[in-house]
Design a protein around this ligand. Sequence first.
Ligand code: HBI
Length: 360
Amino acid sequence: MTTLLGNSLKLLLVSSPLGALGSGSGGGVELTLRNIATELVRRGHSITIVATQGSTSWGMPLVEIAGSPQISAQTQGRDAPTIIPASSVLANFWDYVRQVQTDFDLVVNFAYDWLPFYLTPFLKIPVAHVVSMGSLTEAMDEIIERVAIECPGTIGVHSLAQAATFPFANHCRYLGNGIDLSVYDFCAKPSPWLGWVGRIAPEKGLEDAVAACQLTGIPLKIMGFLQHKDYWQQILQDYPTAPIEYEGFLSTAELQKCLRECRGLVMTPRWVEAFGNVAIEALACGVPVIAYRRGGLVEIIEDEKTGFLVEPDSVSGLVEAIGKLDKIDRYACRQRVERDYSTTAMGDRMEHWFQDIVSK
Ligand code: HBI
């Protein structure tokens, strides 16, 4: 079987060890892995997904592995030690990879964890690492840099801003990201409310979006995985009269049905978002994005054209941008995603990357 760029590859995609694919606990990586896998199958490559027991694989070949999940990397301090729990699902993932590696051309690692990077030189086949976050700990920076130098061209990042957080920025391969535009319906005439989408956790800064809606009186629909219950309760206590509604953790189809109707999406990251999948999902529906000028979002949103980039952590900046939403041409938002973030555009970047690694 040959594909656009040569013969088809046998790819082993190893998921994030946080929780089951489809549960939301893996955050943006779940959508990223799904879109990459689906697009590469469409291009004639063969895919096998390794993920935690209870995962969905959207109809693609899946190997479910049991074991204890990793602690979320962004909850650790910069000097956090590498922790591997008893009966670690991550260690079980890579035991499996070692056993079957000769049946594949390339492993694609989606875990932001020390072990897959450390094991890379021990394996017989190459590993392409899709790094899902910016710099978080010394131990991760050190082990990713070692692989970046020993296995040149195998460290993939979603944005230049994310690469810039690492001391080895110039060793990173830009991947961007991509979504299947056919599942996002353009909406020309929005409803009056605003949207906020993401894991409900401190690094996502939801309280600022709630504060801005309290000030403007514009209702806010909140969608996403309720990861941090105390954090959510604190917001409800601090803003008892804010016009907010929690819609729950939604499937992509349900998410876009609600998201597309929003006048605008508000993104309030406290940290360097490696990319901002939610931003391209909103833009695909014609929804302008108001975001703090931070991380990968700066490369996605064109200020005053497809949304507004706001002074980081400035609620008044959010309020001012909300007042200007009607200036944005909603169709320009859709066109931006069609140009750079379709699964075709992303698939080209991934296919070139994988072929470059395998041909070395
Ligand atoms: N933490 N330890 C660890 N491993 C991951 O793969 C990981 C994580 N935290 C968050 C995360 N992945 C995903 O939500 C990324 O999409 C951000």
